[in-house]
Design a protein around this ligand. Sequence first.
Ligand code: MG
Length: 232
Amino acid sequence: MKNVRHIFFDLDNTLWDHRKNAYLTIQELFKNQDISEKYMIDFEEFHSTYHIINEKLWEQIRDGEIDKEYLRKHRFYDTFLNFGVDDANLAGYFEHHFLDEILKYNELVDGALDLLNYLKDKNYKMHIISNGFQEVTERKCILSEIADFFETITSADSVNIRKPRPEIFEYSLNLAKAEKDESILIGDDWIADVKGAQNFGIDIIFFDVLDENPLEEGLKFVKHLSEIKQYL
Ligand SMILES: [Mg+2]
């Protein structure tokens, strides 16, 4: 694409493998607390339940129905409750340790590093627009050793507005000194990334990691990050 100079990336599950890192973190906390012995809960079942509850809560945050505090209070509590364990202290332990411990794991999405090197060699200017917590977003980039690829990192926290709202894109493009017609977003969330970018008026490549197979005409989408090279 001849006009594109600035590439904006979503971070979680687009470059940084949040799903895998969260899995490994919760597995460790689960073992530390002897959950399977104490409560006869199978880890895989616990994790799938957590995953569904957590995704739902993040959707509610994105849609402005709840705040982060609500999510932090509920994601582990509701998961344990699902297995008949009503224990706010135990849920609090998981929540408290989760965000620190997850940064010990820094698995990137398959092909992420290769893609970033490829785009860097082609002299694109790269940036992050994440709905995550500012400090956590920066630490994830540093600890997974991809921070140097990016000229700017925008987190929803620093502007108090989340994708898909146009204001966060506006903020990030201004920070990057980028024009709309020379910018493209790459992200895995249908609403936050695809609808957000379209609504704001920049091009988008949808990373269809969950096989949602969108039928929207003209939409660029890929199943593996390496396929992005056909567009850029
Ligand atoms: Mg994402």
